[in-house]
Design a protein around this ligand. Structure first.
Ligand code: T4K
Length: 373
């Protein structure tokens, strides 16, 4: 390829629309601190995500950090989570002075294996943090039941699951708090950004405070807060992209249909399946390169790279392999054999609405014919 083909490209509004938004912001001279665009986006997202409460943030990581903080988990307690995720997930646990306990994953959805959670619960366990990885939903019903039985909090990282529904219900209404990321690489973006969604109205004040240095009013500081505020420029991009994300999903659905049809009978290539109860966010297109494919995952990655096609090994290394979690920062209890297998087999293919059909064909045919041509 003459140009680099990336795993994703951001959804971008028309520059003229951005200029119009900027003109309004300039005229208002209000750039951040819960401005008009921020508040409009917060309100609109309640409808789009079908959730009762939304709190916007400057990025998904700070949002997740605050979500964990807001639940007042006992200091030093254990949070059961998946190691098959982006670094931000366990880091937010550790930054809250809690211990990540890595649980194995389910082979199809690659989310935390709910059947393996209970064996990891100890008197020190305070919460479960599931990740809807690639947009595949965790087994939310089972996790809710475990949490109720053991009196645990549940947090979900839905960085990849914008607009996903399970059993006709928004994924952002499961658990105690859900985090969405609006990073440039996400299906829906505000350049950087994110939000928390939650059912409990008592959390509104707490999360508002934690996001804003704990400041309630000019002379009242209620909490040890942080600066998690989304600014007006981010919110303006977020508002414009709200009008565009469904069209982007439709375009990605076509790319998915093309990849699915071409890859379904290729020996050694497995396409993880979305559960029939869930809708697809169309965030990533992961394939599993099994042992009976002629090349390993790493060889496929390298072959593509030689041709300027930059696939990604999300999520290799897995979090339990990180230098910072090999020591006593994380609790090591579980058998992680499924994740240890899949971290060497999953490859995310280039996947975005404007991916040219010609490039899609090249990618597909390279895999189909084992890179022989
Ligand atoms: N939880 C999960 C499960 C997550 O996946 C993430 C973020 C978070 C939490 C934290 O949310 P945030 O705090 O980020 O809101 C990228 C993203 O930076 C990261 O947001 C994302 N997960 C992760 C899965 O992917 P990298 O290291 O792969 O980024 P980078 O710069 O290599 O970008 C990937 C490709 O995207 C590039 O090769 C080209 C394309 N790209 C990227 C950017 C930034 C563009 O075309 N334009 C751009 O502006 O982490």
């Amino acid at each position: 390829m003459d140009k680099k083909i990336f795993v994703t490209q951001p959804l971008l509004p028309a520059l003229s629309d951005v200029e119009a938004e900027l003109a309004q912001i300039w005229a208002s001279k209000w750039l951040t601190n819960m401005g008009a665009k921020h508040n409009e986006l917060e309100t609109k997202l309640k409808d789009v995500l079908k959730v009762p409460n939304v709190s916007l943030f400057n990025n998904g990581t700070i949002a997740l950090l605050v979500a964990i903080k807001a639940l007042n988990l006992p200091a030093g307690s254990e949070v059961i989570t998946t190691p098959f995720t982006f670094a931000a997930t366990p880091h937010c646990i550790a930054w809250n002075d809690l211990k990540p306990v890595f649980c194995d994953i389910e082979p199809n959805t690659m989310t935390i294996d709910a059947d393996k959670i209970e064996a990891l619960i100890t008197p020190n366990t305070s919460a479960i943090l599931g990740v809807h990885v690639y947009g595949f939903p965790c087994d939310v019903e089972k996790i809710d039941a475990i949490a109720r039985k053991h009196n645990l909090k549940v947090i979900y990282d839905a960085a990849h699951a914008f607009s996903t529904e399970v059993n006709g219900r928004s994924i952002g209404t499961y658990g105690d708090i859900t985090m969405y990321s609006f990073h440039a690489t996400k299906l829906y973006n505000s350049i950087e950004g994110g939000c928390l969604t939650y059912n409990n109205p008592d959390l509104v004040r707490k999360i508002y405070n934690l996001r804003n240095f704990g400041i309630r009013s000019e002379e009242l500081v209620e909490e040890v807060g942080i600066n998690g505020k989304m600014n007006e420029l981010q919110a303006a991009i977020g508002l414009l992209n709200l009008k565009l994300f469904k069209n982007e999903q439709e375009k990605r659905a076509k790319v998915k249909a093309f990849y699915d049809a071409g890859l379904k009978d290729v020996k050694g290539i497995r396409i993880p399946q979305m559960p029939s109860t869930a809708t697809n966010s169309y965030q990533y297109y992961p394939i599993v390169i099994e042992d009976d494919y002629p090349l390993s995952r790493n060889e496929v990655y390298e072959k593509f790279k030689e041709q300027n096609i930059l696939t990604r090994k999300y999520f290799y290394p897995a979090c339990h392999d990180y230098e910072c979690y090999k020591n006593d920062l994380a609790v090591k209890l579980a058998d992680l054999s499924v994740v240890d297998d899949l971290k060497n087999k999953v490859l995310c293919l280039p996947y975005y609405g404007d991916l040219e059909e010609e490039v899609q064909s090249i990618i597909l045919n390279r895999i189909k014919y084992g890179f022989r041509s």
